[in-house]
Ligand binder design. Structure first.
Ligand SMILES: [Fe+2]
Length: 193
């Protein structure tokens, strides 16, 4: 299972490079790129429905792809920022989503996990692209919380999905920017809280 082990480890090591477009040296001050999600107008990320499948107490976990039974891998990531586009470190970012057949794990914590943004406000998860299900287009559920602040519950979406237009919960402001880096899809979104 050498291939599997390597494929599990590679996204973790490569993530900062893929996400930021260039290696981030720890000694070098990090320059935050201006993004459509944080235009300087102080617009917070909007809330979106929690849906019926949230389960509390999801574990600390960034590699969700490792436990998926199938599905195409994707790296999700971005920054947590305040309304002045400053990074928010130690923000809780929790994700839960359907698998590649549109199913949620309702007994365990497969494709569920949380992490905390780093000193640069960076967050990321290695996971899979979920299937659409019922009336829903493809989406990820998130909770984002600055320490000791209120919780933002929202969802992120893929641009260009045929079913986006028919999904009542879909909001174009919650679309990720999806690119490919080194053959791996990358979904970028900056949460502004
Ligand atoms: Fe959902």
């Amino acid at each position: 299972m050498m291939t599997t082990r390597r494929s599990l480890l590679t996204p973790v090591a490569a993530m900062p490079v893929l996400l930021l477009g260039a290696p981030v040296a720890s000694a070098q001050p990090f320059r935050l790129p201006l993004t459509p999600e944080c235009s300087g107008r102080g617009e917070r990320t909007i809330a979106n429905a929690e849906g019926p499948y949230f389960r509390p107490n999801a574990p600390l976990k960034q590699d969700l792809a490792a436990e998926a039974e199938g599905g195409a891998r994707i790296l999700l990531g971005g920054f947590v920022l305040d309304e002045s586009c400053r990074p928010v470190p130690n923000a809780l970012i929790e994700i839960w989503h359907a698998d590649d057949r549109g199913r949620y794990d309702q007994r365990g914590y497969r494709l569920r996990g949380h992490q905390f943004s780093d000193a640069r406000g960076l967050w990321w998860f290695s996971t899979i692209i979920p299937a659409a299900y019922w009336s829903r287009t493809r989406h990820y559920h998130f909770k984002v919380q600055r320490p000791n602040d209120r919780i933002l519950t929202t969802q992120l979406y893929f641009p260009g999905e045929r079913r986006n237009a028919q999904d009542r919960e879909f909001d174009p402001r919650l679309q990720m920017r999806v690119t490919t880096a080194e053959g791996q899809p990358l979904g970028r979104f900056d949460f502004v809280i």
